[in-house]
Design a protein around this ligand. Structure first.
Ligand SMILES: NC(=O)C1=CN([C@@H]2O[C@H](COP(=O)(O)OP(=O)(O)OC[C@H]3O[C@@H](n4cnc5c(N)ncnc54)[C@H](OP(=O)(O)O)[C@@H]3O)[C@@H](O)[C@H]2O)C=CC1
Ligand SMILES: N[C@@H](CC=O)C(=O)O
Ligand code: NA
Length: 815
């Protein structure tokens, strides 16, 4: 035989009761001999409690009673054929009359005892179970209503009665013996004492009823049918990627449920554990889903942990003082006191010096616990051997759970590095001696971020999500969106990486969507739903969301964002940027940014600052990290100027070629930055700094390509006009090169910490002679690459290659 227990939501409406009965029928017809345990219809127990309290306070309860009546009667009307409705109505009406009489008594006396309360709430299960048994009877004649209060016997601890195991076993066995050909529908939660007075079994009581019947009748399984897909790796309301666990051991289920997972209340399952009866958590509304199988063994799994549970709000009490050192009875006294006063201690940590004890309690118990301790240890406190207990509020517990942890080293390392990387401060740590559980206390504000980060860290093989806030939707930004959109499926399926752009801003509008902005329509969404752009607000909101694996991308050419970088790192958010401003500002800023990113364990990637997507920054970094030393760097690093000199031939005018370079997306938003050499200077400055030279922009010897008049132009338009009027200057340069059979190149050099950039006319022997398009070239002469330099060459500007470089940086964040 098998126990099928259905919770309040499962019997909460006509539609769900239909679903319940189809599950029951299937089980019955397949010969599993089900015994069905039911809860009250959802919301009814709470209403009954409320009515009882209202009555005892002299308030009216009629409206609520009518509500309960209607709730049941609606189901009867919907699911019982008219000619059979009357007897069911009559029986329920009797129940409701009894409730009313009781409430009137309470109202008159203005007194509500625990005993009366139990009696009143018992009607919830009695009504629902009777009604469902009658609905079932229409189809399955064997259906039988069983009031469990006649069979489960308890003491007189009303509200939370203790079961008399022996008596209950006798009664349940004889019930079964006389009715084993019946399909029994048994009320959950309710029982009675030796005088036949109604009692209830406390929290999770219907599960307890199922476990009692299951264990006495040696059921093959106890199925707990609820409204979720079994037990999940984490709370799915907070961790969107939480998934159902197929198998758990009893211990794992206990640990997971202890901290939060509300699917079952483990103490009620103990009778089943003792008899090794498997418990299966299933979803009434998705009956084909196998659910979670809870059994004696943990089951074969490749998962390092089974799940992450949490308690949203706890308070921590710290006790410290010399009086605790070596006093073996101290903690005994402390925790006996708390137990006696029924203060539940969620977890305990003690420093190895025994100088302090930290323990967590429910917030509503904190003040009481503090004053109890102050009373108990009054003498020690007076003698300064103990410092008054301190309470810390607004904290949460997060715990990783799983039997595999015991065998796998590095679990706590993984937990703490994911917390550390996301800037989550750990207030206290406790590891259960069973090693099935490592718990940490963190700030309540960090809980959601921590749960997601830790979930990613342990189930990374399943999927990691990067949350991206992108500034700048121009040439590079919009191309990046296209690339991200077209690669979304590939990244997810091949790399288990999901990149969600959750914030976008340009200079006019900004938009946030934590579910991810649709990158196919970002422009219309930004326009229609976006609010007025405000960089400070954008950054504050990004920080406020407190997301794990969070990345800020700066795809602007603006000076403004760089002043926010340091604060962004301090909020444990990585930065990817193609904007060179921050790295080419004051050296002090360059240094601070790296130190801050490092201190907060986040990434600062800027490969596209030099040579767009070409691997230049990365190569230099690897050389330096591996202990090489730069002897000389020679490079062409302006894609725009490279393009211009590669195409300023024959009939083309200088002006036309510059215009083409801009149209091709090679130039900076302001092309004067390219032609004036500033862009190239920034790149050389960044390389020199990355090579270990603490130099400033003023230290770069910047040779000009343009005549003075062009450099002085105060707008882009007048700049182009000047280019036109200086045509003869450029033509002369072109002619000189042609006559000598040479080409014009704008070349940068770093040697002995000195950076210079100059126009050179080079012949075909020069390694930089053969270039085309927007080619960049860089040659690193190092102590290791001394004889023949290490050379990187290729397109060094353009939206596709730059966005691709930003993309590559992005996928490497946190790698
Ligand atoms: N082109 C290339 O080959 C390469 C470019 N880069 C770098 O890429 C960066 C972007 O260049 P590109 O895309 O061509 O430039 P665009 O001018 O096309 O786009 C710049 C974007 O930044 C936005 N923006 C400017 N100021 C702000 C601000 N304060 N807040 C929010 N958004 C702002 C603009 O907003 P709005 O749309 O409202 O004007 C625009 O969307 C530059 O730093 C450049 O150096 C790096 C390597 C190669
Ligand atoms: N405008 C730049 C683009 C890359 O940084 C260039 O021309 O090189
Ligand atoms: Na690069």
């Amino acid at each position: 035989m098998k126990i099928l227990k259905f919770g309040g939501t499962s019997v909460g409406s006509a539609a769900s009761i239909k679903a319940v009965l189809s599950i029951v029928k299937k089980s019955y017809n397949s010969g599993e001999q089900p015994l069905v345990v039911l809860s009250a219809m959802s919301g009814v127990t709470n209403l009954l409690c409320k009515m009882a309290i209202d009555a005892s306070e002299g308030k009216s309860f009629q409206e609520d009673l009518a509500l309960i009546e209607t709730k049941h009667f609606d189901v009867i009307k919907a699911l019982i054929v008219v000619r059979h409705q009357n007897p069911v109505f009559t029986k329920l009406k009797l129940f409701f009359n009894e409730i009313e009489e009781l409430l009137q008594g309470i109202y008159a006396l203005r007194e509500l005892s625990e005993q009366s309360k139990d009696l009143i709430v018992s009607y919830g299960e009695r009504c629902s179970t009777f009604m469902v048994s009658k609905i079932s009877e229409q189809d399955l004649e064997a259906s039988l209503f069983v009031d469990a209060s006649h069979y489960i016997k308890t003491d007189s601890h009303f509200g939370h009665a203790h079961v008399n195991d022996q008596l209950t076993e006798q009664l349940v066995k004889s019930l079964y013996l006389t009715n084993n050909d019946k399909l029994m529908f048994v009320t959950g939660f309710i029982a009675s004492n030796e005088n036949g007075r109604m009692t209830t079994l406390g929290r999770g009581g219907s599960d307890y009823t199922a476990a009692i019947f299951g264990s006495i009748l040696n059921a093959t399984a106890i199925e707990i049918w609820t409204d979720v897909n079994g037990m999940l790796t984490a709370d799915p309301r907070i961790v969107k990627k939480a998934f159902s666990l197929p198998v758990l051991s009893y211990t794992e289920a206990m640990e997971l449920s202890y901290f939060g997972a509300k699917v079952i209340y483990p103490p009620t399952m103990i009778p089943a554990f003792l008899k090794k009866i498997p418990i299966v958590i299933r979803n009434t509304f998705e009956p084909d889903f196998a659910g979670t199988f809870i059994q004696f063994e943990s089951g074969k799994t490749t998962l390092p942990i089974k799940g992450i549970s949490s308690i949203g709000e706890i308070s921590v009490i710290n006790l410290s003082g010399s009086g605790m050192i070596g006093k073996s009875g101290f903690s005994g006294r402390l925790f006996t006191l708390l137990a006696r006063e029924q203060i539940n201690v969620v977890l305990i940590t003690q420093s190895s010096s025994e100088h302090s004890i930290t323990f967590a309690v429910n917030p509503e118990d904190a003040l009481r616990a503090k004053s109890l301790i102050e009373n108990e240890f009054e003498l020690e406190i007076q003698a300064n051997k103990l410092i008054n207990p301190e309470i810390e509020n607004d904290l949460s517990v997060l715990a990783i759970v799983g039997e595999n942890m015991k065998k796998t080293p590095g679990m706590s390392g993984r937990l703490f590095s994911s917390l550390g990387r996301n800037g989550i401060n750990v207030r206290a740590i406790a590891q259960g001696s069973s090693e099935y559980n490592i718990s940490v206390i963190i700030s309540k504000n960090d809980l959601s971020k921590a749960l997601n980060a830790v979930h990613d860290a342990f189930f990374a093989e399943l999927k990691k999500t990067l949350y991206v806030f992108n500034l700048g939707t121009g040439n590079i930004g919009s191309t990046l969106f296209k690339q991200l959109e077209s690669q979304y499926d590939f990244l997810l399926s091949k790399n288990d990486l999901e990149i969600k752009v959750v914030g976008i801003s340009n200079s006019k509008k900004m938009l946030f969507n934590l579910d991810g902005i649709d990158l196919a329509n970002w422009d219309s969404e930004l326009l229609e739903q976006g609010e007025d752009a405000d960089l400070a607000v954008f950054v504050e909101r990004m920080k406020g969301f407190n997301l794990p694996n969070c990345v800020f991308i700066d795809n602007t050419a603006s000076r403004l964002p760089s002043s926010y970088y340091e604060g962004i790192f301090q909020s444990n958010i990585s930065i990817v940027t193609c904007n060179k401003i921050a790295n080419s500002g004051k050296y002090e800023q360059y240094k601070t940014l790296r130190e801050t990113a490092h201190k907060h364990g986040v990434d600062f990637f800027y490969e596209t600052n030099v040579g767009a997507g070409l691997p230049i920054v990365r190569v230099l970094k690897d050389l330096m990290l591996s202990g090489d030393r730069i002897v000389k760097i020679e490079a062409i690093l302006s894609g725009t100027i490279s393009y211009i000199f590669n195409n300023f031939k024959d009939e083309a005018s200088f002006y036309d070629v510059v215009k083409q370079a801009q149209a091709l997306g090679y130039t900076e938003p302001d092309p004067r930055d390219d032609l004036g050499g500033v862009d190239f200077m920034r790149k050389m400055l960044i390389l020199a700094r990355d090579a270990g030279y603490p130099i400033e922009a003023e230290d770069v010897n910047l040779g000009a390509i343009l005549p003075e008049s062009c450099l002085k132009a105060d707008s882009v338009e007048s700049f182009y006009e000047e280019l036109k009027s200086e045509n003869s200057y450029f033509e002369a340069l072109k002619e000189k090169a042609r006559l000598e059979n040479k080409v014009i190149r704008y070349i940068g050099k770093l040697e002995d910490g000195i950076v210079s950039i100059s126009v050179q006319i080079v012949d075909d022997k020069h390694p930089f002679y053969a270039l085309s398009g927007s080619d960049n070239i860089i040659s690193f002469t190092t102590e290791r690459y001394k004889e023949r330099p290490l050379v990187v060459k290729g397109p060094g500007a353009g939206a596709e290659v730059t966005a691709a470089g930003v993309f590559a940086d992005l996928v490497n964040v946190g790698a």
